[in-house]
Ligand binder design. Structure first.
Ligand code: DAH
Length: 361
């Protein structure tokens, strides 16, 4: 091939190089970009074309070495021919490249642009868990009555969970509160009553506090039991505190929770850490005492335990029972929650099904 080309005159060789370029370039001159990917491919092909026709190894570059074969009087004209041919090629390539670049740029901008007139996507707000909602309501009531809120540990020693609460070793009360023990003598607390001890040790007396929190018991889950549940503990210790203060406080709490007509009653009971002890019930918030499904037709709903703090408990934390007295109470938050929302199964509260939880905002 090169032999036959060599036979062409230098001027013809320049002409041949130009023609060869134009043949290949034709499709770029006609290219009206239709899509971005095609344009990007064309841009690369164009760069390749530039190298092949203007690069050091191109046919046009080779013609520059032929100047010696041109007659001296024609050399200036030949030089100009090579230069102008080269300039024409460069111009064609530059133009085609620029229009491809413009097209690609516009296309990319169009793809990335945001349609500000489209309706936005509304962010989904979370909401509080029904137990949290109830706990907060209950905290509001007690804060208004002058109580502090204590948040204490869920892992306890035997001392806080039992001994300090007047439940000695081998006491049968330890049996029904059998909880989850670790190998190093710790246990998950089985009642929030533990916080009575921590609070008095930390704050001294007089003290007025409630302590909402998780408790744990070895239980097989069923519609009314779960091995983890929530309680709120209350404690008030001062000079001259009597059972009348206990009754007044619990009654006021329940009126604020369930309405001004709510009636409270106390039944004698037994707890190791209180003496005397009582359980308290309130008139059914649904039927107002006439009997319905929620109160199992009794008109009353059992809610919690209470009593006057046992002198042994006070002595354990260094408080003189001759000088101070107090009352305490405890109730189950989830039980209360299940009652208020008429849940058939307490476990619904812990399954974290958003279709269920989303109903309590
Ligand atoms: N801790 C008891 C329980 O888990 C509830 C309780 C009863 C708490 C009487 C008290 C109380 O503070 O005085 O069943």
């Amino acid at each position: 091939m090169s032999d036959s080309q060599n036979e062409l005159s230098p001027e013809h060789q320049v002409e041949a190089a130009r023609k060869a370029f134009e043949q290949e370039f034709e499709r770029f001159a006609r290219f009206t970009a239709g899509d971005l990917e095609a344009a990007v491919t064309e841009e690369r092909a164009l760069a390749d074309l530039r190298t092949r026709h203007l690069g050091k190894k191109s046919a046009l570059a080779a013609t520059k070495k032929l100047i010696g074969r041109v007659a001296p009087e024609g050399r200036a004209a030949f030089g100009q021919l090579v230069q102008s041919t080269e300039a024409a090629l460069v111009q064609s390539l530059d133009q085609a490249e620029q229009s491809l670049k413009d097209y690609i740029q516009n296309e990319r901008t169009a793809r990335e642009s945001i349609d500000v007139t489209l309706p936005g996507r509304r962010p989904r707000f979370g909401h509080r868990h029904p137990i949290t909602l109830l706990r907060e309501k209950l905290e509001d009531v007690f804060v208004a009555l002058g109580y502090a809120i204590e948040d204490d540990r869920e892992i306890e020693t035997d001392f806080y969970n039992f001994t300090a609460l007047n439940i000695p070793e081998n006491h049968p009360a330890r049996g029904w509160q059998d909880t989850f023990y670790t190998t190093d003598g710790f246990a998950l607390r089985s009642q929030t009553s533990t916080v009575q001890i921590h609070a008095m040790q930390r704050r001294g007396v007089p003290v007025r506090m409630i302590a909402p929190g998780r408790v744990f018991r070895r239980d097989t889950p069923d519609p009314t039991h779960n091995p983890m549940f929530f309680q709120v503990e209350g404690l008030c210790v001062d000079r001259g505190i009597t059972m009348a203060h206990l009754k007044g406080t619990v009654a006021e709490f329940l009126r604020r929770m369930f309405g001004p007509d709510t009636v409270t009653r106390f039944r004698p009971s037994y707890f190791p850490f209180t003496e005397p002890s009582a359980e308290f019930d309130f008139s059914c918030f649904k039927c107002k005492g006439s009997g319905c499904r929620i109160c199992k037709n009794s008109g009353w709903i059992e809610l919690g335990g209470s009593g006057m703090v046992h002198p042994n408990v006070l002595r354990t934390v260094g408080v003189d029972p001759q000088e101070y007295s107090g009352f305490a109470f405890g109730l189950g938050i989830d039980r209360m929650c299940a009652l208020m929302y008429e849940l058939d199964d307490i476990r619904l509260l812990f399954e974290n099904d958003v279709r269920f939880l989303g109903q309590f905002e």
